[in-house]
Design a protein around this ligand. Sequence first.
Ligand code: GDP
Ligand code: IMO
Ligand code: MG
Length: 424
Amino acid sequence: MIYIVSGTQWGDEGKAKVIDFFALDFDYVVRYQGGANAGHTVCFNDKKIVFHLMPSGILRENVTTIIGNGVVLELSELMKEIEIVSREINIDGRLWISRKANIVMPYHKLMDKVKEEATGKDIGTTLRGIGPCYVDKMDRVGIRLEDLYGSKDILKQKIEKAYLVKKFMFENYYKISDLPTVEEMLDGVLLYAEKLEKYVADTEKILHNAHKERKNILFEGAQGALLDIDFGTYPYVTSSNTISAGALIGSGIGAFDIANVIGITKAYITRVGGGPFPTELKDEIGDYIRKQGNEFGSTTGRPRRCGWFDAVATKYAIDINGVKEIFLTKIDVLDGLREIKVCTKYRLPDGSLTEYFPANSCLLEKVTPEYLKLPGWEEKTFGLRSYAKLPDNAKRYIEFLETILERKISYISTGFDRDDVIER
Ligand code: GDP
Ligand code: IMO
Ligand code: MG
């Protein structure tokens, strides 16, 4: 059985909590794209772990985790996470990293930084070097994990080749003087080679065998559909295919039957960084949601922009992902609001109405959301684990979303703890 869990908004929908929850029933959990730009939080036994690279299923001892070829690896971050998780649980034999995965090099992070500075932080990246690393991958000058285990001379030549033009730009255009040397970067990556060697594998082969043995495989999307490089709000997106289709490319699983795609959807919506955001709340309600939902970036600590649920955007995300059912998260954050709005249509600049999401940033900046108003609820939903116990207006809100999205909301998350879940 193959399941894909994918965010339907601009990230931070609570994917890690959901992966950790589902992982009990799966043999494999696989990350397939993105890198340490992701911040995936799992809360258990009063502890909190934020994963950037390791699959969030690693905390369940029944699970083998895989970091697929589509992920870009920041080696120092990976090592740090391995150490943190190893203090909690034995990971030996439960973590495999694709030898084909590309490595984020110091010049990628530097390029990310100078580009952001030069453009006034227009995109507002996480500065993890993600975009520049994927650029080099496509330009065929990427450094792959497997390169650490071949000839040192060849690796040095590869780094030189990838660095050549960038070094010229850093020196002559951006006027940076204290640049890392090729030797320093070579030693820097080789530092991790020995420690990581036992995890390196042909992960596609592991997955093919797992599939043949009818194992249950769960794919963990990072970011969200609206940040997808092709279908998101380009150019205000990340540099990978975040949607469910990316799971195939980023792991080599092959287009076998995908039993289910579960869309993770927050009961409102957030965005970090720049870009259009039609339902953004720049008022005290936005501040209330940010405070109640602790909406601060798991990777960068930046305050997240908050807004009303956008059904136009979510319906689009459902379609491009092939979402079959929905896991609604953070309903408890709306507790205490007198009135809740849902955007059901956009008014376009020419006055016409549309229910279809225009993933065009220039146009999206100019749309006006049309809202339906629903009554809020005073009672606390935080930590509730039975649908019957939810306030009537919370049920009404959930059932309204189901109707408008034309998908069943099969699970509802009511708190950050791994067990705060209602199954319907
Ligand atoms: P991800 O990137 O999609 O995995 O999400 P993040 O970890 O970046 O952000 C989600 C945040 O919300 C984390 O701090 C979670 O612990 C927390 N969270 C997840 N589900 C719920 C929920 O239902 N209610 C509340 N209050 N917090 C939640
Ligand atoms: P998770 O997996 C929210 C955003 C950045 C920026 C844009 C490009 O935790 O949901 P990048 O560093 O990827 O080049 O930045 O994408 N972004 C995220 N926003 N959650 C994430 O991941 C994100 N990963 C990247 O803020 O706007
Ligand atoms: Mg996150």
